[in-house]
Design a protein around this ligand. Structure first.
Ligand code: IPE
Ligand code: IPE
Ligand code: MG
Length: 229
């Protein structure tokens, strides 16, 4: 591997519903299988020496538009996922953090999220971030409002970068599965110079082997950041 940095990997997990539909299952079955893939990819990342943070887009501020039963299922799934995941986080040294507006979630789910954050806060091998009720625009807007509340009258780019809920460095590589080629309001500020990769694979079929191949592809790219190389 060359010296391409890959501190922060981000994934837009898409295609759960289509995966289930293709098999004659309910959409929820796709979400269930998709949660297992998050575990596999996180384990892979924890064994990868240069990845420090992996951020998964799990629920967007727009996903409330889905049928009520699907939203309820996703909330329940998140709760069971975090409960099941705790020993895995501890085993692989993974710190869990959530970004997004958690206040819209039920109290027990909020508690599960904050307890998992607390119980894993000293793990240093990898940070796994789940974006939950997350929207890039709302994150930027909240940050600017916070800075104003602190009395700032002129706001710099650094102020925003540091004030974001995700001060985990910019994204190096952003992968979206399922063949859709859009950002869907994910980390808008942080993707500024990210390398993008769109995979045709539906999220429940995504795996560590494919991620490994994508990382090979990424390391052969040239990132110029506006300069000349
Ligand atoms: C991604 O899969 C999971 C979430 C957005 C929660 P989708 O549910 O969007 O799957 P498709 O796009 O309908 O196939
Ligand atoms: C993006 O997927 C959100 C998540 C993966 C959580 P969507 O399936 O909701 O995105 P659109 O609606 O196709 O853009
Ligand atoms: Mg989708």
């Amino acid at each position: 591997m060359n010296d391409m940095p890959l501190k922060h990997l981000a994934l837009i997990m898409d295609g759960n519903g289509r995966w289930a539909k293709e098999r004659g299952f309910k959409r929820t079955k796709g979400h269930e299988k998709g949660a297992d893939v998050i575990r596999d990819i996180t384990t892979y990342c924890s064994n990868h020496s240069i990845i420090e943070t992996v951020t998964f887009y799990a629920f967007s501020t727009e996903n409330w538009k889905r049928p009520r039963l699907e939203v309820e299922f996703l909330m329940k799934l998140l709760n069971t996922y975090l409960k099941k995941e705790l020993p895995v986080y501890q085993k692989y040294g993974v710190r869990f953090q959530a970004i997004g507006d958690m206040s819209a979630f039920s109290k027990p789910l909020q508690k599960r999220i904050s307890e998992t954050e607390k119980l894993t806060q000293n793990n240093t091998n990898l940070t796994q971030v789940l974006a939950l009720n997350y929207g890039g625009r709302s994150e930027i807007t909240a940050t600017v409002n916070q800075l104003i509340a602190e009395g700032k009258t002129t706001i710099t780019q650094d102020d925003i970068s540091q004030g974001l809920q995700t001060p985990y460095s910019d994204i190096d590589l952003l992968i979206r599965t399922s063949g859709e080629e859009r950002i869907s309001n994910f980390l808008l500020w942080q993707v500024s110079y990210a390398e993008l990769y769109f995979s045709q694979t539906l999220w429940p079929d995504f795996n560590a082997d494919e991620l490994d191949t994508i990382i090979q592809n990424y390391t052969n790219r040239t990132r110029r950041f506006g300069g000349v190389k």
